[in-house]
Design a protein around this ligand. Structure first.
Ligand code: NAP
Length: 292
C-alpha cells in the first residue's frame, strides 16, 4: 500500500541540533570560556539506564561537551546520593546534572531532583522549572528534553499551532504533562487523556495534532485518527519478534502501518522522537553554560 503520510525524520532533526550545538560549543570554548560539562548520576545497575547514560556521555563527547560520569550502587542511601548531587551542584566545571531515572526503590526521587539547582537542571524536572512552565508570563530555564523534542518536530511540521485541536495521550511528569503545557503555551487547544478517559477513539478523532505517550504497543488504531492529522508517537515499546537477533523489535504507541494511511505526517519508531531527547539534553547543557 502506498505511504500517504509524510514520515517525520527525527534522526535527521536531531543531527541538525547536534551539529548546531557542536558549532556553538566550539565558539564558546574558542572565546575563552571553560568547556561546558554534564555530570551524569547513575544509581544501581539497571541495564536500560546504563545504556541510556552511556549514550548521553558519548553524545556529549561527540559535540565537544565535557562529561563526568558518577555511578553509585543500588544500595546507596538517600544521604549518599544527595551528597553526590550537592557536590556536583557546587562544582563550577559542572553546568548540568542529570540523575538517571528511575532511581532504585527506597530513594526519594522528588527530594533528590529538588536538590539540583534550577540553573543546572538540564533535564527540566525540577518543580520550579515545571511550575514556571505551567504559569502564564513565566519561563522555565530548561524545558524537559523529550517534550522539547516533540515540540521541535511539531514546529517543523505544523504551519501554526495557534488554535489547533491537540490531544495528548498520557499525563506523566516526564512526557505527557510537560507536552500538554508546552502545547498550551503555543496556543493550541489541548485535551489530555489518561487511563480513566472515556471513549478515547472519539476524542482522538478531534485531534489535528496527536501526541501519544502511553507505553502500550500499537494502541492507537488507524480508525481513531483524523485524516491529515500530525501524529507524534513518543512510545517506545518492545514486542517479541523471533526473527530479530535480540528476540524483540521496538514499536510505538501507534499502529504505524494503519495510521500512516490516514495521517498527514507521522513519526516512526524507532527514528522519530527517540533521537531528539539526547539532542535536546546537549542543547540544554550548552544553555546552562551560557546562562552562567
Ligand atoms: P508512564 O509514566 O507509564 O505514563 C503513561 C501514561 O499513559 C499515564 O498517564 C497513563 O494514565 C496513560 N495510560 C495508560 N494506559 C492508558 C490507556 N489505556 N488509555 C489512556 N491512557 C493510558 O509513561 P511515560 O514515562 O510517559 O512513557 C510513555 C512512553 O513513552 C513509553 O513507551 C516510554 O518508553 C516512552 N518514552 C520515550 C522517550 C523518548 O523517546 N526519548 C522518553 C520517555 C518515554 P494514568 O496517568 O491514568 O496512569
Amino acid at each position: 500500500m502506498a505511504t500517504t503520510a509524510k514520515i517525520i525524520d527525527g534522526a535527521a532533526a536531531a543531527e541538525e541540533i547536534r551539529e548546531d550545538v557542536a558549532k556553538q560549543v566550539a565558539e564558546w570554548v574558542a572565546a575563552g570560556h571553560p568547556r561546558p560539562g554534564l555530570a551524569t548520576v547513575l544509581v544501581g545497575d539497571n541495564p536500560g539506564s546504563q545504556s541510556y547514560v552511556k549514550s548521553k556521555q558519548k553524545a556529549c563527547q561527540e559535540v565537544g561537551l565535557a562529561s563526568f560520569g558518577h555511578v553509585l550502587p543500588a544500595s546507596a542511601s538517600q544521604s549518599v546520593v544527595e551528597a553526590l548531587v550537592a557536590g556536583l551542584d557546587a562544582d563550577p566545571l559542572v553546568n548540568g546534572i542529570l540523575v538517571q531515572l528511575p532511581l532504585p526503590a527506597g530513594l526519594d526521587e522528588e527530594r533528590i531532583l529538588k536538590s539540583i539547582s534550577i540553573e543546572k537542571d538540564v533535564d527540566g524536572f525540577h518543580p520550579l522549572n515545571i511550575g514556571r512552565l505551567a504559569q502564564k508570563g513565566r519561563d522555565p530555564l530548561f524545558v524537559p528534553c523529550t517534550p522539547a523534542g516533540v515540540m521541535y518536530l511539531l514546529e517543523k511540521n505544523v504551519p501554526s499551532l495557534e488554535g489547533v485541536n491537540a490531544v495528548v495521550l498520557g499525563r506523566s511528569n516526564i512526557v505527557g504533562m510537560p507536552v500538554a503545557l508546552l502545547l498550551v503555551r503555543a496556543n493550541a487547544t489541548v485535551t489530555v487523556c489518561h487511563s480513566h478517559s472515556r471513549d478515547l477513539p472519539a476524542i482522538v478523532r478531534q485531534a489535528d495534532v496527536l501526541v501519544t505517550a502511553v507505553g502500550k504497543p500499537e494502541f492507537v488504531r488507524g480508525s481513531w485518527v483524523k485524516p491529515g492529522a500530525v501524529v507524534i508517537d513518543v512510545g517506545i515499546n518492545r514486542v517479541a519478534d523471533a526473527s530479530r537477533p535480540r528476540g524483540y523489535r521496538l514499536v510505538g504507541d501507534v499502529a504505524f502501518e494503519e495510521v500512516k494511511e490516514v495521517a498527514g505526517a507521522i513519526t516512526p519508531v524507532p527514528g522519530g522522537v527517540g533521537p531528539m531527547t539526547i539532542a535536546m539534553l546537549l542543547k540544554n547543557t550548552l544553555r546552562a553554560a551560557q546562562l552562567t
